[in-house]
Write a protein that binds this ligand. Structure first.
Ligand SMILES: [Zn+2]
Length: 563
């Protein structure tokens, strides 16, 4: 059984058969019924959401001998020719392979030779791949389109389509299907095609399809071919388990397995981000999770094992990877690097703090021979001030070498002039109090925070430098988040430090000693997005909620945005 045959067999032939794209259907049917169809449409949306199918239905109805209410009859010669893929009125081009200027010129030359009374529909798939010259040639035609021509430009990446072209089209957005709608469709197709399949397999099929009708039916096809057994090739759970276990080898194996099966690394990363977003929602706003109940429970369990800060980190890192993939020659490498970064603790720390750590250890080694207790008056047992004993190998080491990540460098080692013994707790900034913050960052600071504040604090790695507390973050968006939440963070930090101190937020990409840093000493109360507020939004305003959440994850995309 051919892999695509179910999808072909159940491919929608009329607008009314399209699933989940009601706004698109309404716009096109109305336009056709009133003979007001546009000359150029831009269909954008994830792969497998019906863009090309819709373009074909449009071509069919425009040339149908007996159209009814904006729908094709699907019986006349013209309709059948389109359905069989041998109509001269529909010209499909994949811009990814026909992206030269010459190809576009040929198309345009052909477009001007129309047969009277008929519509020629040009479907340009992946139009964002057109070369600059080809875009310019296309633009010229769009400026003065022949009256019988309709261009349908399809793309998964509308942002990459030249604005000049976009502005001359009617832009219609296609969406992934909500899980319940897709499930109903799969069950219907399965029963219509006489496929006997268990509920469990149906859910596996849905997971594998990732919201794309085409991919879901392909998965069903495979399940049917193997007697209802679903060999889940992209079990997103495999990736998540490997992330939980910090297992780089397992992640890379999962990538290899999935890519070998024919999946685009972009699809993998989008699936993962979507899954992580669900995981995040199970913790923050469970009522917004759109998953079957048993699956939601599984995802919530994964979320619990990962913890919110790591989920945020994964979404953030993969979001950046999605951006990087746009310009990378090999998107698989970008995906692999991003995943390894997420499980490699030292890479996660960043080169900056690694260097700081090496420097600190070196300093400690240098100082080590000098580490000796201040001379003690044997009669009082108290330190004698202003003196220094000669090195005495029998003297016990008072200051053990601090365990690695603590901020021992910030702790002044006793040298020639030890400070008076019971030093008062400094009222304001001192290296000592900042060292305390650094040391107690996990329990004292992060442990005191909740929800987003906690997640944001977890983005930062604290370092003491020149009497300032430096919060190192990975990138500008993180820096922005940390600054946004600074009123809450600083309150806890000052508490731990026992006084106010200078706080600097720095991204790792900056020069280590010349930060264009923002010094925060006293911060005014600011407004910030509170997850409680987000949760209290009525569910109908999903968009606002999702936009808020998307804002919280730099580089993320809303994958199921509704009109
Ligand atoms: Zn017809």
């Amino acid at each position: 059984m051919a892999v695509q045959s179910l999808y072909r067999r159940y491919r929608p032939q009329r607008f009314s058969e399209l699933k989940g794209q009601e706004h698109v259907v309404r716009a096109l049917k109305n336009a056709v019924a009133n003979s007001r169809e546009g000359h150029a449409y831009l269909f954008s949306g994830p792969r497998g959401t019906g863009k090309t199918t819709t373009a074909r239905i449009l071509a069919k109805v425009l040339n149908c001998e007996n159209p009814l209410d904006g729908e094709p009859c699907c019986e006349c010669g013209s309709c059948l020719a389109v359905q069989e893929g041998n109509s001269f009125d529909v010209i499909e081009l994949d811009a990814a392979s026909n992206n030269g200027v010459e190809d576009i010129r040929e198309i345009i030359a052909a477009a001007s030779l129309g047969s009277p009374g008929r519509h020629k529909v040009y479907i340009l798939d992946e139009v964002h791949m057109l070369s600059k010259g080809a875009s310019a040639a296309l633009l010229k035609t769009l400026e003065e389109p022949p009256s019988h021509v309709v261009f349908v430009l399809a793309t998964t990446d509308p942002e990459k389509v030249a604005e000049t072209i976009r502005s001359r089209t009617q832009h219609l957005q296609f969406h992934l299907l909500p899980v319940d709608e897709l499930e109903a469709h799969v069950r219907w197709v399965a029963s219509d095609a006489g496929i006997d399949i268990s509920d469990e397999s149906i859910h596996a099929v849905l997971r594998q399809g990732g919201g794309s009708a085409r991919d879901t039916l392909s998965a069903l096809e495979l399940a049917a071919a193997t007697g209802g057994m679903v060999d889940e090739v992209t079990p997103v759970d495999e990736f998540v388990d490997a992330l939980i276990e910090y297992d780089a080898g397992r992640l890379l194996a999962a990538v290899a397995h999935t890519v070998n099966f024919g999946r685009d690394p972009r699809t993998i990363v989008n699936d993962l981000v979507r899954h992580m977003r669900d995981a995040f929602l199970t913790q923050m706003a469970p009522e917004l999770v759109q998953l079957p109940e048993d699956r939601a429970t599984e995802v919530a369990a994964q979320a619990g094992r990962l913890g919110t800060p790591r989920i945020v980190k994964v979404i953030e890192t993969l979001g950046l990877a999605i951006n990087d993939m746009r310009n990378a020659p090999d998107s698989r490498v970008v995906l692999e690097v991003a995943l390894v970064r997420l499980v490699h603790r030292e890479l996660q720390m960043g080169i900056e703090s690694m260097l700081a750590r090496v420097e600190r250890l070196e300093k400690e080694l240098e100082n080590r021979p000098q580490i000796a207790p201040a001379p003690v008056n044997p009669s009082t047992g108290r330190a004698v001030l202003g003196g220094r004993v000669a090195q005495d190998p029998s003297a016990p080491a008072v200051r053990p070498v601090a365990p690695a990540p603590s901020a021992a460098a910030a702790t002044p080692a006793p040298t020639t002039t030890p400070e008076p013994a019971p030093a008062p707790v400094p009222a304001s900034t001192s290296a000592m109090s900042i060292a305390t913050v650094v040391e107690k960052w996990n329990d004292g600071v992060i442990g005191e925070l909740k929800g987003m504040r906690r997640a944001v604090a977890q983005m930062a790695k604290p370092v003491e430098r020149d009497g300032q507390l430096v919060l190192m973050v990975d990138n500008e968006p993180s820096a922005k988040r940390v600054n946004e939440y600074m009123p809450d963070l600083s309150a806890v930090i000052f508490k731990v430090a026992g006084g106010k101190c200078a706080i600097v937020v720095e991204t790792r990409s900056e020069e280590p000693r010349a930060p264009k840093a923002k010094v925060v000493e006293e911060v005014a109360e600011e407004e910030f997005v509170d997850i409680e507020e987000i949760k209290q939004l009525p569910t109908v305003s999903n968009k606002a909620t999702e936009t808020n959440l998307a804002d919280a994850f730099p580089g993320s995309e809303i994958l199921t945005e509704d009109e």
